[in-house]
Design a protein around this ligand. Structure first.
Ligand code: SF4
Length: 227
């Protein structure tokens, strides 16, 4: 499908600001001539492929989550997907399968995707953090900061039309501000010229079934936006 080719001036300004933030998150300290900065700039926004990013990720030891030595969970789906879903981090089941969103929460996400008239194979699913966190725990700020550049590089490679963030952390990583999903949902946000639509995480919907109504409203809004 065609990718968006033009941006309004505010969207362009937002895109430039987000791109500079992306470079900063990736370790770029400024526009000096150091080897590291040159490598980051040469890598560029969207010039890498998913297999290239995965090859770097597989060797990553940038945070303490690497110490467990388990399999990293890169992502799953269509490398040219128009729609990307972003969760927080893999658990034991995902680590064993090497795929994001397995188990009960994964089944619910699959149903949500199906209700949108799509399949898991036709979208792309990944997490902010690629190494497993212990059950009942969440990755810490340092681990999120270390791993988030991989997510942004994946998004740059895919260039989707819409990103659905599942839960608070993926939204804050892409939007730069920390707000509860209840305040972010039902609005279209932007990350580097790409629409971002925050949704509740499937785990939250399993724990608080009363939120499923709101999630359904989100889905309907999303489907309208996609048309
Ligand atoms: Fe590297 Fe991310 Fe794993 Fe940390 S969680 S070791 S940054 S791949």
């Amino acid at each position: 499908m065609d990718k968006p080719s033009s941006l309004s001036l505010p969207e362009l300004a937002d895109s430039v600001a987000k791109h500079l933030r992306l470079l900063s998150d990736d370790g770029c300290l400024g526009f000096d001539c150091s080897k590291k900065t040159t490598q980051i700039l040469e890598r560029g926004w969207g010039r890498e492929t998913l297999p290239q990013i995965r090859a770097v990720l597989d060797k990553c030891e940038q945070c303490s989550l690497h110490d467990k030595g388990g399999r990293k969970v890169f992502g799953q789906g269509d490398k040219h997907a128009d729609i990307v879903f972003v969760g927080l981090a893999p658990g034991r089941e995902e680590e064993l399968c090497g795929k994001p969103f397995m188990g009960e929460a994964g089944d619910l996400l699959t149903n949500i995707i199906g209700a949108m008239g799509l399949t898991r194979e036709s979208v792309y699913i990944c997490n902010v953090v690629k190494c497993r966190v212990e059950q009942g725990q969440k990755p810490g700020p340092d681990q999120i900061k270390a791993c988030a550049p991989f997510l942004k590089r994946q998004i740059a490679a895919i260039r989707p039309k819409v990103i659905f963030t599942l839960g608070e952390v993926p939204a804050s990583v892409l939007l730069g501000d920390k707000f509860p999903v209840s305040q972010l949902r039902e609005k279209i946000h932007m990350f580097s010229g790409i629409r971002v639509m925050p949704m509740y995480h499937p785990d939250e919907l399993l724990h608080f079934p009363e939120k499923k109504r709101a999630a359904w409203q989100d889905m309907k809004a999303i489907m309208r936006a996609l048309k």
